[in-house]
Each structure stands twice: as C-alpha cells, then as structure tokens.
Design a binder for this molecule. Structure first.
Ligand code: CA
Length: 226
C-alpha cells in the first residue's frame, strides 16, 4: 500500500485530506509542522509527501530543501495559497515535483498524486542497476564498472552504453541510437554514433579481445554480454 505523509498545520484540512486518501486506499499519516515532517520522513520512507507551504517553524520550502540535501528523493506535492508565478518557481527549484494552489478540489489532488506516483515508479525502473556480462551500470550514480573496475564515461557515452545494455543482444540502428541518445536532432549525422561507439570501445575493451559492442553490418550495433 502506498504511504503518504500529509504535512499541514490546519488540523481540519489535514484530517480531511487524510480521510480522502484513506478512502482512496492510501495509507496516510499527518504532521503539523516542518520539524516533525522532517523527523518522520527521515525515519521511515514514505512514497509521497503532500506539503503545505506555510508551516510553523520550518516552512514547506525548507522541508523540501533539507530532504533533497539529505538525498531523500520522495515525490513532493506542494500545497500553496500563494499563486504568484515566482512562488511556484521557488517551490519547484527547491525540489518539489508539483504544486497545487489552495483552495483545491479533492479530485485534482488525487489526480496529481496518481501522476506523481506513476512518475516515481518509472523513475525507479530507470534507476535500477543494469548488468550485462561483466559490465555494470548504475544510472542513479552515472557510474560504470567493468569487471569491478570503474570506467569513466562522458554523459553521452554513458547514455549510449545504457541504451545498448538495457537490451543486450538487440540490434540498434544508428538512427534509433541517435534518437535515444541525442534526441531527434537531425543536424547530427549518423557518424556521430560511430564516433561514440569507438570512444566506448576504447574505454571498455581490453587489448586483443573482440569488442563486446558488435557492429552488425548494414544495420547498426548490439551489445554482446557473452
Ligand atoms: Ca498552513
């Protein structure tokens, strides 16, 4: 069951939100100030936080900033009575994922929560460590190891290798790799893919062995996990 922490100092609104969440099948807990919100969310992982901006002691922005500084990447939906655009930007800059102006309708609150939880599920998937043969990639840390040895890759090289390793054995055409790694920018020529493949091979392969990134003539490239 998805666990949501509602941080709201208006007791009636906090109760109302958590009741609606319970009815929707979520487990909801409440905190009435910034400090207890911090304590709770650092002590036990929540799947999502609904945080009011104006709170006693630490305000909502400060809570989000401190959580992000502590590398807690739980999705945060900010509630705010402030509607000025700068305030929204400040909230998002602090690390909130979305905001909802007060007063709001509950169906909208629930819809935003669904979007954020889907996003979180997708994010977890792409953050999972990838391994093929003796090559391991950790997307969340942007790190690559070969045989337990760290390999330093540029951001593009990393994205290219990640694309190949997500589906070992699948043959990727140059244009698919261009779309995936460079976006669909058409000013680029296919040989940029060839160039980066050659960089990757230099960094990943050992002298005298056949590359694990195989060229499939006339088609493209594939990662061979062996
Ligand atoms: Ca408040």
């Amino acid at each position: 069951m998805m666990r949501i922490l509602v941080v709201e100092d208006e007791a009636r609104l906090a109760r109302l939100i958590s009741r609606v969440l319970h009815e929707e099948g979520y487990a909801a807990e409440t905190a009435s100030d910034g400090r207890s919100a911090m304590k709770l969310s650092l002590a036990e992982p929540f799947d999502l936080l609904v945080v009011d901006w104006m709170l006693p002691d630490l305000d909502g922005i400060e809570v989000v900033k401190r959580l992000r500084a502590a590398e807690v990447d739980v999705p945060v939906l900010m509630l705010t009575a402030r509607t000025q655009i700068e305030d929204r930007v400040e909230g998002l800059d602090a690390g909130a994922n979305d905001y909802l102006p007060k007063p709001f309708a509950f169906p909208e609150l629930l819809a935003r929560i669904r979007v954020l939880s889907r996003w979180q599920t997708e994010k977890r998937k792409t953050d999972e460590t990838l391994a093929a043969g003796d090559v391991t990639l950790d997307p969340s840390r942007h790190a690559v190891w070969r045989d337990g040895e760290r390999v330093e890759l540029s951001a593009r090289e990393f994205a290219l290798l990640a694309a190949l390793i997500r589906r070992p054995g699948q043959v990727f055409s140059r244009s698919v790799l261009l779309d995936t790694v460079w976006g669909s920018s058409r000013e680029l020529y296919d040989n940029v893919v060839d160039l980066y493949i050659s960089y990757l091979r230099k960094k990943l392969d050992r002298k005298g062995e056949t590359s694990r990134i195989r060229t499939v003539r006339g088609v493209g490239y594939t990662f061979d996990p062996r």
